[in-house]
Design a protein around this ligand. Sequence first.
Ligand code: 13P
Length: 256
Amino acid sequence: MRQKVIAGNWKMYKTIPEALRLVNQLRKKLEAQPPRRTRVIVCPPFTALAPVHEALQGSNIGLGAQNIFWEEEGAYTGEISAAMVKSTGAKYVIIGHSERRRYFHEEEAIINKKIKIALKNKLKVIHCIGESLEEREQGLTMEVVSNQVEWDLKDLTPQDLKNIIIAYEPVWAIGTGKTATPEQAEEVHSFLRDILDALFDKGAGKGMTILYGGSVKPENAASLLSQPDIDGALVGGACLKADSFFKIIQASEKVG
Ligand code: 13P
């Protein structure tokens, strides 16, 4: 049985003191009501990773980064390597987020290199995919997400998949308040499992943890998370307050 995962992508929010305040509040709530079926992950900005790791000592909350560079090391001013992320205590990294595809021109070949270097450095990957509004309106959703899975995960083995979580995040639902309906999300999630079976091996799809992301809020979390192929959520805006993020975790616990 796949575990439920609720991950928070903090994006470019929270200074170090703000980050510590947020994780301390979250930790307190989770210690009062420990989740039994849901893995909780927070992904603060790079600058807060080490201090947040320190603040999370002894808790079950997982820690992830939001990006890495695709080379081991070198003259790449301003970039952060997988080993650097690993050395903060983080165990996860988000790769392929639509904001990085859009603003930093990250294409499939780059995402593929980043996923490979993350896995080589023993970081677990939260791999984001999803179609734009235009692509959905043209009926291209399934084609877009299957191409992303095929090319982003090129040359990987079924064994590698064990260290990858997929997050389906329709671009039109991110930060817009427009959530995919549970049926729309479920349709894509179920299709992704078929694609993974076809690209890797039978059973690959069934074993993969697939999260939904895009305007997940306490009010809509339960209906999304109760879909059979939705294993959790990658939360943006609603993870920036301990209260709303905790409510989403509680929703996952109820349906889990
Ligand atoms: P919102 O929850 O703010 O729509 O962001 C979703 C997201 O991009 C998570 O990675």
